[in-house]
Design a protein around this ligand. Structure first.
Ligand SMILES: [Zn+2]
Length: 69
């Protein structure tokens, strides 16, 4: 029986490695499967997610307005 494994897949389109948790059946060639995953990578969604994670904490709007006044 196949178990869920963590695969680190490299996307050549956005040059990012992204983790995929999946259960790849033994009948499937993992390299082909990984290439397929990379081909279908949602680069924009991934970039958005990365941007969100890296974004600095939002500035307190009250403080910001006070500073500007
Ligand atoms: Zn990508």
């Amino acid at each position: 029986m196949a178990t869920v494994k963590r695969y680190s897949i490299f996307c050549p389109k956005c040059n990012h490695k992204f983790p995929v948790f999946a259960m790849v059946p033994h009948t499937v060639d993992v390299n082909t499967w990984m290439k397929d995953k990379a081909d279908n990578h949602d680069c924009k969604a991934y970039a958005d997610q990365m941007a969100k994670e890296r974004a600095p904490r939002p500035i307190n709007p009250l403080k910001a307005s006070k500073k500007g006044a």
